[in-house]
Design a protein around this ligand. Structure first.
Ligand code: XIL
Length: 388
């Protein structure tokens, strides 16, 4: 039997035992045994086979409050800037992996998963690349960059953002101008994904972008058409990253539809850079719920830890305040993941039951629904250690 299926069955029987135990244990909240709930974002997300991650800045790792929250709450890490081209290859052929290694090594030592961000992007691109004027030179440079960076982290990155933000804003649904687009044409994205697959066949290969959360947006439609075309022609792509940098209202009404429609093409979807102006608990809950409701939504990454760490610091968009305290949005996220916030953990059973009822049941546990794209496998079913 397929080992993943076996794992699924064993898990199901363990859950069955837990449920029975809950029924037999006086005073346990109905339907949601405490043993099946966890008190941190990462551990709770893992209950449905998902990860919960954050962007990390190497320069902040010496801050004890920051590092403490990072290690307590998150089981996935994205380098906020340290794996971008301007850091990794500041001049042609001369690679600098110091800051990226710092983040990767630290995460690995703690059993946190790693997202790779990002290989081909028009921004944070060193001047020596953007001033190339010859297509053959640029193709060679791009392929060499992808191959060298992916080789460095080979076997350690769960998902790579191979191409970032290649589509234009507005109504065109086309690619944006960039040195890659201008010299290599539309085919540069396909070329990047093919090169990436050869470099690390075990990594999931993602296309990542912002403003592709609204199903009705021309940009979303453009990316969806590209992914459909890639899947139809056998161009290697495994996932779409939706950055989810939201305004105060949070996700658009169609967000879950967008996630489902990408997933229906046969790719995973991930929320890769979540932050929401003023961090309304409802807006965060709506975002997390959309992911929980889509079996192939494999994980969520917030773009920083405390508000003061955010690239949008003036908008207070994250889950922890400047002092490192959990904000109301934190509790909303934990509850929507199916967990119980600490403040209510010791509350009377009636309160906990009421909370459990309003949080909604994580509707699509990934482990049961979609074993082949399980959290703990990479593109070619290379096993990953459990992060729970
Ligand atoms: C941002 C970082 O958070 C900042 O520190 C940096 O100055 C600029 O880039 N989309 C992306 C991320 O894909 O890499 C960006 O990160 C935010 C927008």
């Amino acid at each position: 039997m397929n080992p993943l299926k076996r794992l699924g069955r064993r898990r199901a029987s363990v859950l069955g035992l837990l449920a029975t135990a809950a029924l037999l244990t006086p005073g346990t909240a109905t339907g949601a045994p405490d043993a099946d709930r966890a008190g941190t974002l990462g551990a709770q997300a893992a209950q449905s086979g998902r990860y919960f991650g954050t962007a990390v800045a190497a320069g902040r790792l010496g801050d004890g409050t920051y590092a403490g929250i990072l290690d307590r709450e998150f089981n996935s890490v994205t380098a906020e800037n340290e794996m971008k081209w301007d850091t990794t290859e500041p001049s042609r052929g001369s690679f600098n992996f110091g800051p990226g290694d710092q983040i990767a090594g630290r995460a690995q030592a703690r059993g946190q998963r790693l997202r790779g961000h990002t290989l081909v992007w028009h921004s944070q691109l060193p001047g020596w690349v953007s001033s190339i004027r010859d297509a053959n030179t640029l193709r060679g440079v791009m392929n060499n960059h992808i191959t060298t960076v992916m080789n460095r982290y080979k076997g350690r990155i769960h998902s790579w953002d191979v191409v970032n933000e290649a589509f234009a804003d507005g109504g065109s649904g086309q690619h944006r101008p960039s040195v890659f687009q201008n010299l290599l044409g539309d085919g540069f994205i396909e070329q990047a994904f093919r090169t990436a697959r050869s470099a690390d066949p075990g990594a999931k290969l993602c296309y990542n972008d912002y403003n592709i959360e609204d199903w009705n947006a021309a940009k979303t439609q453009g990316v969806h058409r590209m992914v459909r075309d890639f899947k139809a022609r056998g161009v290697p792509i495994d996932c779409v990253g939706l950055q989810a940098h939201f305004g105060t209202g949070g996700p658009p009404a169609s967000f879950q539809t967008t996630l489902s429609n990408f997933a229906a093409l046969g790719v995973d979807v991930q929320i890769t850079e979540l932050d929401i102006a003023q961090a309304s608990p409802n807006a965060y809950a709506n975002t997390v719920r959309a992911c929980m409701n889509v079996a192939r939504c494999t994980g969520i990454t917030v773009w920083g830890i405390r508000d003061s760490d955010s690239w949008r610091a003036s908008e207070n968009p994250l889950l922890f305040d400047r002092g490192g305290n959990k904000k109301p949005a934190y509790n909303a996220v934990l509850t929507t993941l199916g967990g119980t916030p600490a403040t209510t953990r010791n509350a009377p059973t009636a309160t906990r039951n009421a909370l459990a009822a309003t949080s909604g049941n994580p509707a699509a546990p990934r482990s049961a629904v979609n074993a082949e794209s399980n959290l703990f496998t990479r593109a070619n079913n290379v096993s990953f250690p459990s992060v729970a």
